[in-house]
Design a protein around this ligand. Structure first.
Ligand code: V47
Length: 395
């Protein structure tokens, strides 16, 4: 089938003949989406106004079809997943009372505060039952007293106990906190972690870069520029990383668009981002939800899918887009595989951050259930390592 552009258009002819014609046809039929669709057809990049228009349109099927076409061109029917395990060594955090969206943090003496010993972390690391773990995903609070050596010892011990397992550890916010405690540079912290065996950085802590939003939800957290600088330095050292956006709170659609363009800008510079993960805000047991009246306003399916689809279209230089089933549910995550996603969060084993904030999804996903979820979407599951190298493919 070929797409016939209506005659009155001043847009250039489609340069990219492989773009899914049906998707284009759908998008061109919506005047709000037309400028973006014409750019995509001409092989041009989307700009800020295009991204805002995609969000504003709420035309989920048209935007989703465009994103799906882009994704299929890159990945065909493949969907990546990992046998991973989340470990949160401490929930003690110096930002306990300033990150309004967080339900996980505690002050050192507060009920529920914990800090694991190395032996306890190693014990928890052995808990995965359904498949051998290939990646430890380690994030936690900004503990006022834990030194860099706590983390380097932990990474070394995990690598010794589980040779071949990758360690994806510490958000940019934790890296910057350690640099402050150790009175050294981001680069020195990153080098020490890399020497200990770190493979990559997770994408947390980016939240929303827009100043007004950051002042409202996380005014004492690492500034957006510094989050970017940590990732820039990591990429320069050969440490790849992920990137995220926390959506569904006080941000505007313009804030979302700007955030994506800033991530795309850094990726143009370094090429070090592996995957982008939209993180859906959960409103329970945190100040934003409880005190500012946000409770009960968790994101819903259309917004979750639209965030995936717009990201796939705007982040044309980021290889993967991941759906995080603990946040949006396995059901929405499965559907997201037809809206631009080629990567599904893994087995997880024990998820704390979102469950503290009211997520009602399971704490972990059995390996076979993940494979079934992907197959159920008519896709080919590919178990990957942290660097997206295929480990096992299910035809
Ligand atoms: O930065 C905190 C988010 C992030 C809430 O790189 C919340 O593969 C929703 O880094 N509601 C940390 N979100 C998690 C993180 C992550 C998660 C999944 C995959 C990857 C990856 C990284 O969690 C924080 C913040 O944005 N968060 N509180 C909440 N109430």
């Amino acid at each position: 089938m070929t797409t016939t552009l209506p005659p009155a258009t001043s847009s250039p002819p489609p340069a990219d003949r492989t773009l899914d014609d049906r998707a284009l046809e759908l998008a061109l039929a919506n005047p709000q989406l037309r400028p973006a669709a014409e750019k995509l057809a001409a092989g041009e990049r989307l700009g800020r106004d295009d991204a805002v228009a995609l969000f504003e349109s709420r035309d989920l099927l048209a935007v989703g079809a465009l994103a799906d076409a882009r994704n299929r061109r890159r990945n065909g029917r493949r969907v990546f997943f990992s046998a991973n395990q989340h470990i949160n060594p401490t929930n003690v955090c110096v930002l306990r009372h300033t990150c309004a969206f967080c339900s996980f943090a505690r002050t050192p003496k507060e009920e529920g505060a914990y800090t694991r010993t190395l032996a306890e972390v190693l014990e928890e690391a052995g808990r995965a039952k359904s498949a051998p773990t290939r990646e430890f995903h380690i994030v936690g609070g900004l503990h006022p007293k834990l030194r860099l050596s706590y983390y380097t010892d932990m990474i070394r011990a995990l690598k010794a106990a589980y040779p071949g397992v990758h360690v994806k550890a510490l958000t940019a916010v934790e890296i910057a906190h350690l640099a402050r405690i150790e009175r050294c540079s981001f680069r020195e912290v990153l080098l020490a972690l890399k020497e200990a065996g770190l493979t990559s950085l997770p994408g947390g802590g980016a939240e929303v870069f827009g100043r007004a939003v950051r002042m409202t939800i996380a005014d004492r957290k690492l500034a957006g520029e510094d989050w970017l600088e940590v990732h820039r330095q990591a990429h320069a050292l050969g440490i790849p990383s992920n990137c995220t956006m926390l959506y569904g709170h006080v941000e505007t659609l313009q804030d979302r668009a700007e955030h994506l363009l800033i991530l795309r800008g850094l990726q143009d510079e370094t090429g070090g981002f592996l995957t982008y993960i939209p993180l859906a805000y959960h409103p329970d047991h945190n100040a934003l939800g409880e005190e500012l009246g946000w409770r009960g306003r968790a994101t819903m399916g259309v917004d979750d899918l639209l965030n995936i689809a717009v990201a796939r279209l705007v982040l044309d230089n980021v290889p993967h887009v991941k759906t995080h089933w603990p946040m949006v549910s396995p059901f929405i995550s499965q559907v997201a595989l037809d809206f631009g996603c080629d990567d599904l969060e893994g087995t997880v084993v024990y998820e704390r951050v979102y469950h503290e904030a009211g997520a009602s999804t399971p704490m972990e996903m059995n390996y076979d259930a993940l494979v079934d979820l992907i197959r159920g979407a008519g896709k080919t599951p590919v178990e990957r390592d942290s660097l997206y190298r295929p480990v096992r493919t299910f035809d």
